[in-house]
Design a protein around this ligand. Structure first.
Ligand SMILES: C[S@@+](CC[C@H](N)C(=O)[O-])C[C@H]1O[C@@H](n2cnc3c(N)ncnc32)[C@H](O)[C@@H]1O
Length: 213
């Protein structure tokens, strides 16, 4: 198990208890995402944590698979699923994007507060592309750098994070600005159809992108 996954496994009980920091931004992200969901769709969510968003969105679609690298997150998610009686939701442990050969493609792949944490983003983008149907949607919200790279909190975070990561007290994080992030998604072959930032500061870039039909 990598240090990062060990970090997330240890954090899981605390993460499950933590409050959503900006509820208005969270609700708006859900609203914009639901706009694209349909009752006949097969959906996959990556880096689902303890399944809060999965439980909120699963009622809008036919089937909803939710994956996370940390088994402790999945265990808590499964308990929440059982308590809620949500029958079309399946949570399972998987690193990055589950790539079982022969599996049917998805109509929609979601990734919230996750992609800034993956090591090989280009490979993950490729895998997301491959697991989507032609015309399928890739909807993500990702921590990005503010325009002012010298803003004190970000500067401090970038200085301290490598030490915390080395000590196993924080995960690896990619720092990228919103224009560069959007460009990366386009370069992976997707057509961007909606963008936003919820919240705006520090930016969590919301991008709805479509795989060409
Ligand atoms: C910041 S949390 C976000 C959880 C949830 N999506 C949310 O918005 O609350 C990041 C999640 O990504 C998971 N994660 C980190 N790296 C991963 C990887 N390479 N593959 C799959 N999951 C990963 C962690 O275990 C953690 O649950």
């Amino acid at each position: 198990m990598t240090k990062d996954i060990e970090f997330w496994n240890k954090l899981a009980p605390k993460y499950a208890q933590s409050k959503i920091s900006d509820m208005a931004a969270y609700e708006y992200t859900l609203e914009r995402t639901r706009h694209y969901l349909r009752p006949d769709q097969r959906v996959l969510e990556l880096g689902c944590g303890t399944g809060t968003t999965a439980l909120a969105l699963a009622p809008s679609v036919a089937t909803y698979d939710a994956t996370d690298a940390a088994q402790a997150m999945i265990d808590i998610g499964n308990q929440k699923k059982q308590d809620a009686g949500q029958t079309n939701l399946t949570l399972f442990q998987s690193m990055d994007v589950p790539m079982t050969p022969g599996d049917a493609p998805y109509d929609c792949i979601l990734a919230f507060n996750f992609l800034h944490l993956v090591q090989d983003q280009d490979r993950v983008f490729q895998n997301i592309y491959d697991r989507l149907k032609p015309g399928g949607l890739f909807i993500s919200k990702t921590f990005c750098m503010p325009r002012d790279l010298w803003a004190v909190p970000i500067f401090a975070m970038r200085a301290v994070l490598p030490i915390l990561t080395h000590l196993g007290k924080a995960p690896n994080v990619h720092f990228i600005t919103m224009p560069k992030w959007d460009a990366k998604i386009s370069k992976a072959g997707f057509n961007i159809i909606e963008t936003g930032a919820y919240p705006l500061s520090p930016p969590r870039r919301f991008v709805v992108a479509r795989k060409p039909a």
